[in-house]
Write a protein that binds this ligand. Structure first.
Ligand code: SF4
Length: 486
């Protein structure tokens, strides 16, 4: 697992998926779609295409614009069906063989799959498959699904996928294809997003609607929790092989992960973030404050909402340098301190002599928050308050977000007051669980059947953590020690 050097106090989304069916430039559309989804994973990316006869693939470490800048690479990705993936490694190391989409030659023909989310029982299933003779090529949980598809006795590819998915638990939004069709599936709780779009006669699947916008496709609808769509020459067929379940969509997508210009599960992400900021202003006002300052970039919409609701000016009191390279300096502890200053600088003219409310989306380890507060004080702030647009992050995510172990989460170890002292603010407040639910359109959090996954705040995990419950399963899945290709 690796973190970006200067974002060590952030959680990381792990993946974006995209697929195009029925377009002569399917690969180019997919490259553009992945580019729009770059925020969901920056370590590696890949595209697999098919022309109905052969499959073509290109996978590379790094960003989409670099991986697909070569015209010959794009020309080689032939066909009218393409699926693609952006990766942030949450399972499996950063190795070329772990880059998705994964491809396999199965008994029925070629098959490719891209996965956003994490399974919660992959090691249990993997051990069983290995016992039966399966030979794994990667260390990803996604390959477990491919092996289950390969060994399914069902007749059709969609049925084999359903058979495979009936054995897995966890979070998945999948895009897959064989030589004739593209298939999209969202897990029974719909934890990770997936939507359907249309570009003339072509169909598109994407993690977020911002990937439809970039190619000029129309948003059709979100794929429902537990829904499988099979897209072929006949159009889109919808199935609910796991029955209709209440959605438990990841509420953190609204707070931080999704792009603000996306619509996810019927809501504008930007609007949700502003609502959360406004609710935070009602719950934890600072009437004496002079300015509301976002911690860029992710804190901006919530800070706008906070400023509007409290009628206090919004100012860009921290300027972010966007040109800090991801691998410029290795993320050692000493260098992380420097990293904060390289990435953020206080806008002194607007800070000096002011009582400042900083708005951020989360505090993970607290290292970055501490440095930012120190920087604002050095710039001459009279008082510094911090308002956080998520509840305290106390528990690890097992559904596809890269989180530290719970003992490394500051809120797991300290009270809000202690965290405030640790990061050096005059006051600290987080939005409440109910406040967050109100901001996203609910009257309150339903304690019996929560409307969203909020496990990283509440510890109420919607899907059993099977491997995690059995400590024997949290062990290495390969004996091979391989160096990352980075
Ligand atoms: Fe999202 Fe948190 Fe649930 Fe993970 S645990 S899916 S980050 S709400």
């Amino acid at each position: 697992m690796s973190n970006t050097p200067f974002d060590d106090d952030k959680l990381h989304e792990e993946c974006g998926v995209f697929g195009a069916f029925g377009h002569k430039d399917a690969a180019a559309l997919t490259a553009l779609g992945l580019h729009a989804l770059q925020h969901r994973g920056q370590e590696a990316c890949g595209i697999v295409t098919t022309d109905g006869d052969h499959f073509y693939a290109h996978r590379a470490l790094g960003l989409v614009d670099q991986a697909f800048e070569d015209a010959d690479v794009m020309k080689g990705l032939k066909g009218h069906i393409a699926i693609g993936h952006n990766r942030y490694a949450t399972t499996g190391a950063t190795l070329v063989r772990n880059i998705q989409p994964l491809y396999a030659d199965l008994a029925f023909g070629g098959f490719a799959m891209a996965h956003n989310g994490n399974l919660t029982n992959p090691n249990t299933l993997r051990q069983d498959l290995v016992q039966k003779g399966s030979i794994f090529q990667s260390t990803t949980d996604t390959e477990v699904i491919i092996h289950l598809v390969a060994t399914s006795k069902k007749n059709t590819v969609p049925d084999k996928i359903v058979d495979a998915l009936s054995q897995v638990t966890g979070a998945y939004s999948l895009v897959a294809c064989d030589e004739n069709q593209m298939i999209g599936v969202r897990d029974p709780h719909g934890i990770r997003p997936l939507c359907l779009g249309k570009l003339n006669d072509a169909y598109i699947l994407a993690s977020e609607s911002c990937a439809l916008d970039i190619i000029g496709a129309d948003f059709v609808r979100d794929i429902e929790a537990g829904e499988m769509v099979v897209i072929n020459e006949k159009g889109v067929q919808s199935h609910h092989p796991f029955g209709k379940n209440a959605s438990r969509f990841c509420i953190f997508e609204y707070i931080y992960f999704a792009r603000p210009d996306s619509y996810v599960d019927g809501h504008s992400v930007y609007e949700m973030r502003k609502n959360i900021g406004a609710e935070l202003a009602r719950e934890a006002p600072v009437p004496t404050a002079d300015i509301i300052v976002p911690v860029p970039d992710s804190g901006v919409p919530a800070a706008i909402g906070y400023a509007e609701a409290s009628n206090i000016p919004f100012e860009l009191g921290i300027i972010r340098n966007h040109y800090v390279g991801r691998t410029f300096i290795e993320p050692t502890d000493q260098i992380r301190h420097l990293g904060v200053k390289m990435k953020h600088n206080a806008n002194k003219a607007f800070i000096e002599g002011k009582e400042v409310v900083l708005v951020d989306d989360s505090i993970v380890r607290g290292t970055t928050s501490r440095k930012i507060v120190e920087m604002i004080r050095q710039a001459g702030a009279k008082k510094v308050h911090m308002r956080i647009s998520s509840p305290p992050n106390k528990h690890s995510c097992f559904y596809g977000i890269d989180t530290p172990d719970s003992q490394d989460l500051l809120a797991n170890q300290k009270t809000v007051e202690e965290i405030g002292k640790y990061i050096g603010v005059d006051s600290l407040a987080y939005i409440s669980d109910d406040g967050l639910y109100r901001a996203v359109g609910e009257t309150e959090r339903n304690a019996e059947n929560p409307q969203y996954c909020d496990a990283c705040f509440t510890g109420d995990y919607p899907v059993r953590l099977i491997d995690h419950e059995d400590q024997d399963n949290i062990k290495r899945v390969t004996n091979l020690q391989e160096h990352s290709a980075k």
